[in-house]
Design a protein around this ligand. Structure first.
Ligand SMILES: Nc1ncnc2c1ncn2[C@@H]1O[C@H](COP(=O)(O)OP(=O)(O)OP(=O)(O)O)[C@@H](O)[C@H]1O
Ligand SMILES: [K+]
Ligand SMILES: [Mg+2]
Length: 679
């Protein structure tokens, strides 16, 4: 059920990335990446030395200086290319999204009810617009009147139309999508530049990309390492002069660049961008990199039931009267209870009861007053002028209500509601005053493939808890059918938050998935909030991710990507630093071999000449960056296993590999240099 968009890097993207790699040479841009900025400064110095070999006095060979300059330049270009390539796919996607946004017109409904055609960009929060069949919805909003089929493929890539209607959790519409039948009135919910499409464009463009706390921590480490090696290289100068060795400046710069963590420094932002890009390929819009990384460490996931685990189009499927009440009477009161209920559930009750033949009189709302459904009361209903109060709602809420009014619970009510609940349906009890009439069976179905997906979550060590306002029996049935680990029933919105807070207090990271307005506070409280695209705007706004496919288990992909992100960064940092061992053995003997012949013993790679040794190490240092771009972009493969095993595995692979690979690489490059007599 989870889609994955194709992730091809076209020739066009590569060409543009090459172009961007040069543009990023701008020192202002480079300064954001301190490690590579040091390389750029080194490049400028060796460039000057190539032109004026005696600039800083001492010995200096022009040819050698030029060689170092070229390699340094290529190193920077490679690092810039990695970042530009990672950005490329997002830019291409942003361009296609921008086409969706092109000048849409809107039918603004003015105060007097007349309609004025305006540009979509002129719409403000709170405006009301009319959208007819074949119109593009001008911007994000909530349906306040009407029901329509909407084609959301421009955003979700999913071609099947979805029904949008006022009232319940299916009332939000997104700018750029298209009404294909009927009409709707939409209340605008965002100001220009802040719509979902705008945010999506910003996101894939990486325009507002902020470093995650994790990235900041790693950058700090890299900067510290750079400073330490800078100190090491500068102190070599007096030491060398003491033993009467003059070190060429180009050699010192080469040593510095080889020792500072250029590999991870050059690939760091590409890893982050590519990770976010992978999230979008799974049709998930993540508002921040931070949330994706947090997902990598999630322990618990809380899920809403209706509209999240189930499809959520709860429809009345049967009406069961209690003993002593006729079917006709229950039908009538079920309708009464729903006269003003503008939720899909309420409308479905009217529609269902209508089929059994109701007179117009019974549908007359005149003089009656609606009692709106709220997640707190878990009831809705109608007050009549003759004092009659008709209600329908969750079993426990209604029982509490009639007992309070001194009414009696019919002996067969439990059996009837249990029968509905055991089928996974939601029973709504209908009452008039303190008299129970019967039960409405609201039918709902679990989204396909849930069981296997929750099994997968379990393997990842993540506990799943369904949290629903519905009764315990329905909750148990759906929980069992979907395969979640645990459930909490009869939950009010605060309960969802307290469950999350409780887990967080135990030091756990919690994800929450939901679709309703009542889920919004919990979505905001969770470390990772994943809203369903079918859900309300409030839910989508509070969450830090939106799944365009409305699949609550999509968290699996996000978790894997989050873990991969952290692992890839760790692996390449380990590799980058481990590389220093071989570079050290290539360069240090080369620097001192002439003055101290005993140093030859350290030339364990048997490199040809001091100059070829230094150039080989520097060339290896440069080409390792593009060689690792595919790994940085694709990420280290994540297979569920214990954290310690994972650490041991990665340390041996990237740590040991990081020590060995450059020995082979540098020797190989040295052989080639000698073969072509370059050095
Ligand atoms: N229109 C309605 N009128 C009366 N009662 C309703 C109505 N809609 C739902 N209910 C009752 O209120 C309960 C809570 O509904 P709500 O949609 O707020 O649940 P929730 O907390 O979001 O949990 P979930 O979405 O998982 O069911 C439902 O289980 C149902 O019993
Ligand atoms: K390096
Ligand atoms: Mg809900």
């Amino acid at each position: 059920m989870s889609t994955k968009r194709k992730a091809n890097v076209s020739k066009k993207i590569v060409l543009e990335a090459i172009n961007d790699a040069f543009k990023k040479l701008n020192p202002k841009v480079m300064a954001r990446n301190p490690v590579m900025f040091v390389v750029e400064i080194g490049f400028v110095i060796t460039l000057l030395l190539s032109i004026f070999p005696a600039l800083f006095g001492g010995i200096s060979e022009r040819g050698y200086n030029i060689a170092v300059t070229i390699i340094l330049f290529v190193t920077i270009i490679f690092a810039n290319f990695a970042e530009a390539l990672a950005e490329g796919r997002g830019k291409a996607q942003a361009n296609s999204l921008k086409k969706t946004k092109q000048d849409t017109k809107a039918r603004l409904i003015l105060k007097d009810g007349s309609i004025k055609i305006v540009d979509a960009t002129e719409l403000r929060k709170g405006d009301t617009v009319l959208v007819k069949a074949n119109d593009l919805i001008p911007t994000d909003g909530d349906v306040i009147e009407g029901v329509a089929a909407v084609d959301e493929s421009a955003i979700t890539g999913e071609s099947a139309a979805v029904i949008k209607e006022s009232g319940g959790d299916f009332s939000s519409v997104t700018g750029g999508t298209k009404v294909i039948s009927d009409y709707i009135k939409v209340k605008v919910s965002t100001d220009p530049g802040e719509s979902f499409l705008d945010r999506m464009i910003n996101l894939v463009e990486g325009a507002k990309r902020q470093k995650t706390p994790n990235e900041i921590a790693l950058s700090t480490l890299l900067v510290s390492l750079t400073l330490i090696f800078l100190l090491v290289c500068t102190t070599l100068v007096p030491i060398a002069s003491y033993i009467k060795v003059t070190l060429p400046i180009a050699t010192l710069i080469a040593l510095l660049v080889c020792l500072i963590p250029t590999t991870i420094g050059g690939l760091l932002s590409a890893i982050g961008i590519a990770g976010m890009d992978r999230v979008t390929q799974y049709n998930v819009i993540a508002k921040s990199g931070k949330s994706v990384e947090a997902a990598g460490d999630i322990n618990t996931i809380i899920l809403d039931k209706t509209g999240t685990i189930t499809h959520g189009n709860r429809m009345a499927a049967a009406l069961f009267p209690v003993n002593g009440i006729s079917q006709e009477e229950l039908n009538k009161f079920a309708v009464y209870s729903s006269l003003h209920d503008e939720t899909p559930e309420g409308r479905s009750v009217i529609k269902f009861a209508k089929k059994s033949g109701l007179s117009e009189k019974e549908l007359d709302k005149n003089g009656t007053e609606g009692i709106e459904f709220t997640a707190e009361t878990r009831m809705s209903g109608t007050d009549f002028t003759d004092g009659k109060k008709v209600r329908k709602g969750a079993v426990d809420a209604i029982i509490e209500n009639i007992l309070y009014q001194g009414g009696k619970v019919p002996s067969d009510l439990k059996d009837i509601s249990d029968k509905v609940a055991m089928q996974g349906g939601t029973p709504l009890v209908v009452i008039e005053g303190n008299r129970v009439l019967g039960v409405i069976y609201l039918k709902d179905t679990v989204k396909p493939g849930m069981k296997e997906r929750f099994d997968e979550l379990r393997k990842m060590g993540i506990k799943s808890v369904m949290c629903t306002g519905d009764n315990p029996l329905t909750a148990a049935t759906i929980a069992n059918e979907a395969g979640v680990d645990d459930f909490i029933a009869e939950a009010e919105p605060e309960d969802k938050i307290s469950v999350i807070k409780r887990e967080q207090a135990e030091g756990k990271l919690v994800a929450m998935t939901g679709d309703g307005t009542n889920d919004a506070p919990a979505l905001a409280q969770a470390d990772v909030g994943l809203a369903m695209n079918t859900g309300t705007n409030a839910a989508k706004e509070a969450a830090n991710m939106v799944d365009l496919d409305s699949d609550p288990t999509k968290i699996i992909e996000v978790v894997a990507i989050g873990k991969q992100l952290l692992m890839t960064r760790g692996a390449l940092t380990t590799f980058s630093i481990a590389n220093d061992v071989a570079k050290y053995f290539a360069i240090i003997p080369a620097m001192f071999m002439l003055a101290i012949p005993q140093m030859k013993a350290l030339n364990i790679m048997g490199l040809a000449t001091p100059q070829s040794a230094i150039l080989s190490a520097l060339i290896f240092n440069a080409i390792i960056i593009p060689l690792l771009i595919p790994l940085a972009m694709k990420g280290v493969k994540y297979v569920p296993m214990s954290a310690t095993r994972l650490l041991t595995k990665n340390l041996s692979l990237y740590g040991l590999g990081g020590v060995l690979v450059p020995f082979i690489g540098i020797k190989f490059i040295d052989l080639i240099l000698v073969m072509f007599r370059v050095a």
